[in-house]
Design a protein around this ligand. Structure first.
Ligand SMILES: *[C@@H]1O[C@H](CO)[C@@H](O)[C@H](O)[C@H]1NC(C)=O
Ligand SMILES: *[C@@H]1O[C@H](CO)[C@@H](O)[C@H](O)[C@H]1NC(C)=O
Ligand SMILES: *[C@@H]1O[C@H](CO)[C@@H](O)[C@H](O)[C@H]1NC(C)=O
Ligand SMILES: *[C@@H]1O[C@H](CO)[C@@H](O)[C@H](O)[C@H]1NC(C)=O
Length: 355
């Protein structure tokens, strides 16, 4: 009997471990005594992090600072997600003491899961490319490939940020835990790639003039990463227009499984679109098991007809209004590595809160 329970709890643990994801790196670490501060991890931790897959552990060990880059990617992804979803019923809230930082909400193959996968895979490509250009990793530096193409009216110089390396790393790392033979894996792989393309497609060329007293006789240019905010904004637009798909199998020779629109009259998603397989829960009521907080106590906008409006956000339960001295965290900055510093701002305003 005892053995039975041991086996059962082991299997449960295993099932949880499969759910757990690298973005748990954004969570306060068990080795820290503070519940909010994320401790800086060291290379030795790569092997100990049970939520990393084997391949991910190998990739974590590549450079001394890689684990910190992974951590930065995870933290920035969570922060960007919380910014983008600040007015939604699900506000990208994280939970503590769980094997999954999002508390199981993403077990649904939903739009939200699509968004988080795309954003986190984008954030990792972004963080790696940035670290490359700062000389923090052994495997990469600035992108020398761009220099091979010589333009006419200017020249390549400076440090072009190497998004190609960032993408390759992110693909290897993030995609390694997905199984393309499962529906969920197929969906996640598509969205991970869409996220990386959202970064690549927004690379910018910046130039600087050199020459006698601003004559600009020589223009030197390099490629720069977009702000992660621009990537988050773009992915939010994709999230809003995400395609509801199903898995179809073609048995011609070997099994080919593909994602196709749920209904024949819908547009076929391209590689930059987000796709999802299941409708989302409504996120209205709390559900501990799934890590859904519900929308009671959320502040809402009385005059908005949108998602942040009291009508939609409060799920029809109504709201209460108070005049409050308002204090809000503001001017938050991410401080390397890994803290967020904010100031407190005060003002009076009407405050509407969901029942
Ligand atoms: C944990 O707390 C103790 C005392 O409260 C402090 O001395 C120590 O530096 C803390 N450790 C970390 C990792 O913050
Ligand atoms: C999380 O775990 C710590 C110790 O493991 C405990 O003190 C704390 O109350 C737990 N928090 C929640 C929300 O369960
Ligand atoms: C993919 O589809 C979106 C609309 O869903 C469109 O805006 C975008 O330009 C398309 N991208 C490519 C590469 O065709
Ligand atoms: C999300 O909403 C809950 C209330 O449902 C609130 O307690 C929490 O602070 C919010 N989280 C973020 C990141 O805004």
């Amino acid at each position: 009997m005892e053995l039975f329970w041991k086996v059962l709890s082991f299997l449960l643990l295993l099932a949880q471990a499969v759910q757990a994801n690298w973005w748990n790196l954004a969570a306060p670490h068990p080795e820290s005594n503070s519940s909010v501060e994320v401790v800086t991890l060291h290379k030795e931790s790569c092997q100990r992090l049970e939520y990393l897959a084997e391949r991910q552990k190998q990739l974590c060990l590549l450079s001394d600072k890689m684990i910190q880059v992974l951590q930065t990617g995870a933290i920035q992804a969570v922060e960007e997600c919380q910014h983008q979803f600040r007015h939604s019923r699900w506000n990208c809230s994280t939970v503590q003491n769980s094997t999954d930082i999002f508390g199981g909400v993403l077990k649904f193959k939903s739009r939200e899961a699509a968004f988080v996968h795309a954003l986190s895979s984008a954030a990792l490509a972004h963080a790696v490319a940035r670290a490359c250009s700062r000389g923090e990793l052994n495997e990469c530096s600035c992108d020398a490939r761009v220099r091979k193409r010589t333009p006419r009216h200017w020249q390549w110089g400076g440090c072009s940020e190497d998004i190609k390396y960032g993408e390759i790393y992110s693909r290897d790392f993030v995609d390694s835990r997905e199984d393309k033979n499962t529906d969920e894996g197929l969906m996640n792989l598509h969205n991970n790639e869409a996220g990386r393309r959202a970064v690549r497609g927004r690379m910018q060329r910046v130039c600087k003039c050199h020459g006698m007293s601003g004559s600009c006789s020589v223009r030197v240019c390099w490629r720069r990463l977009p702000q992660l905010r621009a990537v988050g904004d773009a992915l939010t637009t994709r999230y809003e227009g995400a395609s509801h798909v199903k898995v179809v199998e073609r048995k011609r020779g070997k099994n080919i499984r593909k994602l196709r629109p749920l209904h024949a009259d819908m547009k076929k998603p391209n590689k930059t679109d987000l796709v999802y397989l299941e409708d989302s829960p409504d996120y209205c009521e709390p559900n501990d098991e799934l890590g859904i907080l519900g929308t009671r106590g959320r502040s809402c906008n009385r005059t908005s007809a949108g998602l942040d409006g009291c009508r939609l956000l409060c799920c029809g339960r109504g709201y209460q209004t108070r005049v409050l001295d308002h204090e809000e965290k503001c001017r938050c900055r991410f401080v390397w590595c890994c803290k967020v510093h904010c100031e407190l701002c005060r003002y009076k305003r009407d405050h509407h809160v969901c029942n």
